[in-house]
Design a protein around this ligand. Structure first.
Ligand SMILES: Nc1ncnc2c1ncn2[C@@H]1O[C@H](COP(=O)(O)OP(=O)(O)OP(=O)(O)O)[C@@H](O)[C@H]1O
Ligand SMILES: [Mg+2]
Length: 324
């Protein structure tokens, strides 16, 4: 057996322009190593789904290179597709078939050995918690049931790389836990996983490393801990403040405190506003912050110290403006 040392995914200077107009990806480069679980993050329209469609060979790039396990995707489509399990963002299941039929069809398509099909299909139905509904048509399933079925369909055949585009889109907490646990188990089995998500807690729960893109370009990448330290700091002090002049913004507060203010919520009638203040030393900064805020004539209704989340990192680097 030939063991390749190439990265599992390597994309270089990848650009994609839809119908000659929208530049969805703009010279994007990144790689994913074997055994890594990587979260691809970015605001709506950032280019995440486009990137994974190029990696799976569903789309052809306008320019640049995409390699999976060292093979150029466009030149090795059939082989690459067998090596990847792909869950698209839009659940694309044949609604008139049953779960059982769809999994059997998929097993045939991906050449699962005939003698193993029924055992594997039964195992996947069990994993998805759909055994009791296996003979019902998919159009009678709820959104969460369809998402669970879409996940097990991607892991039915033996792939090395899983690409999951918004794995838990629109599902309830129970379904999400089931999907996350499955992904953790697959990671423990040595699979490489690249997933796109808009949910920061999903990235926090699963990713060894995250890659953030915006406007089709790489913004930053690193482990969640490294990004938190780099973009936010050790701690955030969250203070709910009454009496703030609507004219005052985060730089005003920052100047008065002598500390960096990550964000100050927008004024809304006479509701208290929340300030997120960056803190390096944690508890020992609290008396100083509370003292200064009080000296400014503000009423500190609540104050909390917490570690930054990936959501804070995401807002710090992509801003809080609406996108798509
Ligand atoms: N089939 C298409 N034809 C034309 N433009 C498209 C098409 N698909 C996506 N786009 C555009 O390409 C850009 C990137 O879209 P993409 O779906 O890759 O973003 P995304 O990061 O996955 O967003 P989301 O978080 O909403 O899923 C957007 O400007 C989008 O409008
Ligand atoms: Mg998408």
């Amino acid at each position: 057996m030939v063991v390749s040392l190439a990265s599992m995914i390597e994309i270089r200077d990848l650009s994609h322009i839809y119908s000659g107009r929208t530049k969805a990806l703009d010279s994007l480069s990144f790689s994913v190593e074997r055994g890594e679980v990587v979260g691809l993050l970015g605001p709506n329209g950032a280019g995440k789904s486009t990137a994974v469609k190029l990696i799976t060979g569903i789309l052809r790039p306008t320019s640049g290179s995409v390699k999976v396990a060292g093979l150029e995707v466009s030149e090795n489509l059939a082989e690459i597709r067998e090596r990847i399990g792909f869950m698209p963002q839009e659940t694309s299941l044949y609604e008139d078939l049953t779960a059982h039929e769809i999994l059997e069809y998929h097993a045939d398509l991906y050449r699962v050995p005939k003698g193993e099909v029924s055992e594997r299909v039964a195992r996947m139905l069990e994993l998805a918690g759909l055994t009791h509904r296996k003979d019902d048509r998919i159009k009678t399933y709820s959104g969460g049931m369809k998402r669970r079925l879409a996940l097990v369909r991607t892991i039915l055949h033996d792939s090395e790389l899983l690409i999951l585009d918004e794995m838990s889109l629109g599902v309830d907490v129970q379904s999400r836990n089931l999907i996350w646990n499955q992904v953790r188990k697959l990671r423990d089995d040595g699979l490489t996983v690249l997933f796109c998500t808009n949910y920061m807690d999903e990235a926090e729960a699963l990713a060894d490393r995250v890659i953030v893109i915006d406007n089709g370009k790489l913004v930053t990448e690193g482990t969640p801990d490294a990004l938190k330290r780099e973009h936010v700091g050790n701690y955030l002090i969250e203070a709910l403040l009454e009496g703030m002049d609507p004219e005052n913004d985060d730089s005003w507060l920052s100047g008065r405190l002598g500390m960096e203010v990550e964000k100050l919520s927008e004024p809304l009638d006479d509701h208290p506003r929340t300030a997120w203040i960056k803190s390096q030393s944690g508890h020992s900064d609290l008396p100083h912050v509370i003292g200064k805020l009080t000296d400014l004539g503000l009423v500190v209704k609540q104050v909390a110290l917490r570690e930054p989340s990936l959501g804070d990192v995401f807002l710090a680097i992509t801003g809080s403006k609406l996108r798509d």
